[in-house]
Design a protein around this ligand. Structure first.
Ligand SMILES: Cc1cc2nc3c(=O)[nH]c(=O)nc-3n(C[C@H](O)[C@H](O)[C@H](O)COP(=O)(O)OP(=O)(O)OC[C@H]3O[C@@H](n4cnc5c(N)ncnc54)[C@H](O)[C@@H]3O)c2cc1C
Length: 338
């Protein structure tokens, strides 16, 4: 690292961070990258519903996925300053550029009793859900709130794995999908014995029921909230320009609109002129794939003649692994639309 002239700190080793780090290191041999992540494993979030249902694993060793030259630093970034990243253990990583790739996690459930709701949005929540569903007595009522892709995946995975319970999905499955697909979805869901409650909203959750806005109080021994994701507040805390939901604002080249040596990728960013891109792998992957371009511009300034391309094995393996984002489960044919 001492011989390199340009040091990048990648904050977050999810899909976007790993992809960006690997591509950057493959294409710029004179760039060094430190990847900061709270754990030494990569969490394949697209498989967390399987982790919750105990039908699949969602973790992989990061050292197997990262470029051989990437330095993995297990820790949490507390603040991003100009040219430095402060970590939770008090150490400071100085750098020339930062790739901001902190992703997303469970949304705050802003209704009374929201704290009773489970989630599949991160590893800890999915593990807790797994323990909770295992502990339920036979015939328990399980409610999944939110009929977007995550809710659909979660309810079907749980229903297929734990057939001894009763399942309800609150929401209209795939409202933006073509009619034929919606019919197929409904057919598949009801085939698993899942009751669909469309056209109502949950107003309160207790530990044994959910209240709906039509006045119904529905028994629910376990409630899972699949009503969306939220992003970490690291960018806001670091004084960077963020949108109303806390996502880092970046321009069309993925540079932070307030600090040009911060490049944003993945779920945690809001791209100018395209503020609404669904939090999902496919478009977010694309951003990670192009992120090295702005970093590379800095690199070329710093090392005019030394930037050559290379393609180490692990990096190409990771790129080849991209399609794993679409998990081959009964309900995940939709992943291609994300
Ligand atoms: C159950 C489920 C199913 C899904 N299914 C699909 C699907 O089929 N298709 C699809 O396209 N999308 C799917 N998604 C969405 C997809 O998982 C996300 O869009 C994707 O994970 C975003 O990638 P990312 O790299 O931006 O962030 P993440 O994967 O969230 O990674 C961010 C990383 O940053 C780390 N981090 C956070 N804060 C800090 C910090 N301060 N310091 C250091 N590190 C930090 C996190 O620990 C994490 O490792 C699904 C999500 C869930 C939960």
């Amino acid at each position: 690292m001492n011989n390199t002239r340009f040091h990048v700190v990648v904050v977050g080793a999810g899909y976007a961070g790993v992809m960006a780090a690997n591509r950057l290191l493959s294409e710029h041999p004179d760039v060094a990258a430190t990847v900061v992540n709270p754990r030494s494993v990569f969490v394949e979030r697209t498989r967390l519903h399987q982790h919750a249902a105990a039908t699949g694993s969602a973790t992989h060793r990061l050292t197997d996925l990262l470029h051989p030259r990437a330095e993995l630093r297990v820790g949490t970034a507390l603040r991003i300053d100009d040219g430095a990243v402060l970590l939770g253990d008090g150490s400071v990583l100085t750098c020339d550029a930062v790739v901001y790739a902190v992703g997303s996690g469970p949304a705050r459930v802003d209704i009374p009793g929201g704290e009773h709701a489970h989630s599949v949005s991160d590893l800890e929540s999915a593990s807790t859900l797994h323990t909770a569903i295992e502990a339920l007595p036979d015939g328990a009522a399980v409610t999944v709130v939110g009929a977007g892709f995550t809710g659909i995946e979660t309810v079907t995975e749980l229903a297929a794995a734990h057939r001894r319970h009763r399942y309800t999905l609150v929401g209209d499955p795939g409202p933006d999908l073509p009619d034929r697909t919606r019919r197929y979805l409904r057919h598949t869901l009801t085939g698993f014995g899942i009751e669909i409650l469309a056209g109502v909203a949950v107003t309160e959750i207790t530990d044994d029921d959910v209240h709906l806005d039509d006045g119904t109080e529905m028994p629910s021994d376990l409630t899972v909230w699949a009503g969306g994701f939220s992003v970490p507040d690291l960018a806001r805390r670091s004084g960077l320009d963020v949108d109303a939901s806390g996502r880092l604002r970046v321009d069309a080249t993925l540079r932070s609109t307030s600090r040009s040596n911060v490049i944003g990728v993945g779920d945690a960013v809001s791209i100018a002129d395209r503020p609404y891109i669904r939090m999902s792998c496919r478009p977010r992957f694309r951003s990670a794939y192009t992120a090295p371009a702005p970093c590379g511009t800095y690199c070329r300034v710093a090392t005019p003649s030394n930037c050559r391309s290379g393609s180490p094995r692990s990096a190409s393996r990771w790129v080849a692994a991209g399609p794993r984002c679409s998990s081959p489960r009964p309900t995940t044919h939709h992943a291609a639309r994300r």
